[in-house]
Design a protein around this ligand. Sequence first.
Ligand SMILES: [Zn+2]
Length: 150
Amino acid sequence: MGEIKFAADAMVGKLARWMRVLGFDVAYWKRIDDDELIRIAEAENRIILTRDTGIAARRPDTRRCVLIESDHYKQQLRQVLDAFALTEFHVFSRCLECNTLLETVDKEAVFERVPPFVYLTQDRFAACPSCGRVFWHGTHADQMLARLDI
Ligand SMILES: [Zn+2]
């Protein structure tokens, strides 16, 4: 189906973040009104993820809008992965803060941007070209994925 893209409403921020951990393109805003969310989702061909029955009622096609059932992010994530049979992940390829694709950077280049312990113990770093955050696939990442149990 090509690259699948999502737009998450303000109530599913944690879900949006976890989807980004797995590498999915998820637009998310802390505050956005229903009309704007739907407008952007349509303009950018994004599937809406929402807890709002009002939005879901306006977008009854479940291929274009998913009404998230659970309060818990793990079950929310499971619902979305199952709904679209998503089994391929690109873990830590996307900025968790701003959704931009990360660029691999040389270890030397991040020397002043990460904690010393991280620098000494990690070898793979990626930086966000948009907001400048640096990410590494270390024990934190492994713990996050273990918690996810997918
Ligand atoms: Zn970023």
